[in-house]
Design a binder for this molecule. Structure first.
Ligand code: HEM
Length: 511
């Protein structure tokens, strides 16, 4: 009997060992003849995406990505079928406006499953034709001129925010967790311009209905799982029992509620300026074939989920780095005081402020709000890199803005440091040299908003909001880290979330 058990167990063991050896042999064979074999990269990445997913789950894949490029050069194999690029010249090719390369499967993880039906959106769709059909009606609503129609709505939120800073922190000298408050501000701005009502984060001083927390959970899931997209079919998109957070569901449900309430109230009818929901609903007349309430929800959901965390990430970088850089802080304050504008700051008064611009550009550069590889798929004909290496069609390829933004050829040897002065003319430069250097930096740094046909829809709004916030805030308050040696924590989950930024807020006396 014992002998029989041994025999069965023994053969089972051998079968398992045999199966594992076969798998290893297939993987080795596959790798040896892979057309990407010659591309250098971290050894584990040649064989599996699991490794990259684990690095991503750690929350610092941007740092790893920068290190890989400094070790392995401008084209790094970061997965069996994935190449990361650090060549600013290729931004316009990989992220083209005409004949754009499609987004890779990583974006499918961001689909939402409603009643068993998988729904894509304008941000994540891989179908560029579908994207253009639905983006075309709303593209013109997001130019700076159109976004400026919303300025008074941003001012409403800004007034709420500065009033809270006053009574809750400046008056009573309580420390302010600026990471949370900037999140409340950015999300409430998005709500007010999107449907004319605040979520209530600033008023209630908390994450009402857990909208921010749920959205964050979704991104914490999306970032690592998107590196192994098929895994999402077993987890979130599994039709039997869904496992894990429901990536964009809270946002979609919120948008559905907002549109339903809007119709019940027969439009806003408030006599205030039109918000985006008003504008989207009106599109139904001009585009009856493609516009219905589901599409309005789809559009609105983008505002809800894409606008808050990205913008607040940049805002946190501004307050954090400025507090650590006294000289930059002083230059900004002096510029704001000299400009002597009314508050809340109006775009027309602040848009030409050189140092404010330098600070915002630098915060976006050193801390891109999205800091993972924006993956695309190489067209079937393949692609030859400028150095002659060939990448076959079907390969996932992309650039992480966190990598190109630290490119020393473009930004200089101090590329890892926050230095707004790099955006100013140096004494030894003539005008033409300065213009050239600046254009080069801007071409690369503007990739924080993506590029080509899939460039960020809300970039003008983000810039407007950030400029107005800091021109107003630093005119009114001194804002400093409680302890200047303190370091924030951050977690890069596609959006970069920074935590633990305790600051003091005190009223300023103009110099
Ligand atoms: C500083 C703030 C922001 C940053 C850094 C940022 C960054 C980006 C990036 C990098 C992309 C391209 C993603 C890709 O190619 O996969 C993108 C796309 C997008 N962003 Fe933003 N974004 C910001 C603010 C906003 C705001 C305020 C909105 C609100 C409307 C928004 C809405 C979108 C949408 C809808 C897309 C998809 C566009 C498309 O595929 O056509 N973003 N953003």
């Amino acid at each position: 009997m014992d002998f029989l058990v041994l025999l069965v167990h023994g053969s089972l063991l051998w079968a398992v060992i045999y199966a594992i050896l076969c798998c290893i042999a297939v993987i080795l064979f596959w790798e040896l003849f892979s057309p990407l074999h010659a591309f250098p990269g971290p050894p584990a990445a040649r064989f599996t995406n699991i490794w990259r997913a684990m690095v991503t789950a750690s929350g610092h894949v941007d740092q790893a990505n920068i290190k890989w490029h400094r070790t392995y050069g401008s084209a790094v194999r970061v997965g069996p079928n994935t190449i990361s690029i650090n060549d600013p010249e290729l931004i316009r090719t990989i992220y083209a406006t005409k004949n754009p390369w499609p987004k890779s499967d990583m974006y499918r993880t961001n689909d939402v499953l409603i009643n068993g039906v998988r729904l894509s959106n304008l941000f994540n769709t891989q179908d560029n034709h579908w994207h253009d059909t639905y983006m075309n009606p709303i593209r013109s609503l997001w130019t700076m001129t159109k976004v400026l129609d919303m300025e008074s709505l941003i001012d409403e939120t800004l007034n709420k925010f500065t009033a809270k800073m006053d009574v809750k922190f400046a008056d009573v000298e309580h420390n302010c967790m600026m990471d949370e408050w900037l999140g409340y501000f950015a999300w409430d701005v998005m709500a007010n311009i999107s449907f004319g009502k605040h979520y209530g984060f600033i008023d209630e001083e908390r994450d009402v209905e857990n909208l921010i927390a749920d959205s964050t959970k979704g991104l914490y899931y999306f970032a690592p799982i998107s590196q192994i997209p098929w895994l999402d079919c077993l987890l979130d998109k599994n039709l039997i029992k869904r496992i894990g957070p429901k990536p964009t569901l809270t946002g979609v449900n919120y948008a559905i509620d907002v549109v339903t309430t809007y119709h019940q109230a027969l439009g806003s009818g408030s006599g205030r300026v039109e918000h985006y929901l008003d504008k989207y609903v009106k599109l139904k007349e001009a585009h009856p074939k493609i516009m219905d309430d589901n599409q309005v929800v789809n559009y609105l959901m983008l505002n809800i989920l894409a606008g808050g965390d990205t913008t607040s990430s940049t805002m946190r970088a501004v307050v954090y780095y400025l507090s650590k850089n006294t000289s930059a802080y002083q230059k900004l304050i002096s510029e704001l005081d000299a400009a002597n504008f009314s508050l809340p700051a109006k775009w027309r008064d602040i848009r030409k402020l050189t140092y404010l611009d330098a600070v915002v550009q630098e915060a976006l550069r050193i801390n891109p709000g999205i800091a993972m590889i924006l993956e695309r798929v190489v067209p079937q004909s393949g692609f030859t890199l400028p150095d002659g290496r060939f990448i076959p069609g079907g390969t996932a390829i992309g650039i992480n803005p966190a990598v190109t933004n630290r490119n020393v050829d473009v930004f200089g040897q101090d590329a890892d440091h926050f230095n707004p002065d790099r955006w100013l003319k140096k004494d030894e430069e003539n005008e033409e040299e300065f213009r050239d250097r600046c254009r080069k930096m801007k071409d690369v740094a503007s990739f924080v908003f993506g590029g080509g046909n899939r460039v960020c829809m809300g970039r003008n709004l983000a810039i407007l909001e950030i400029y107005k916030l800091f021109a107003t805030l630093y005119s009114l308050f001194d804002i400093k880290l409680v302890n200047n040696d303190h370091s924030w924590k951050y977690h890069n989950a596609w959006f970069v979330y920074q935590y633990n930024i305790p600051m003091t807020v005190s009223r300023r006396v103009k110099t």
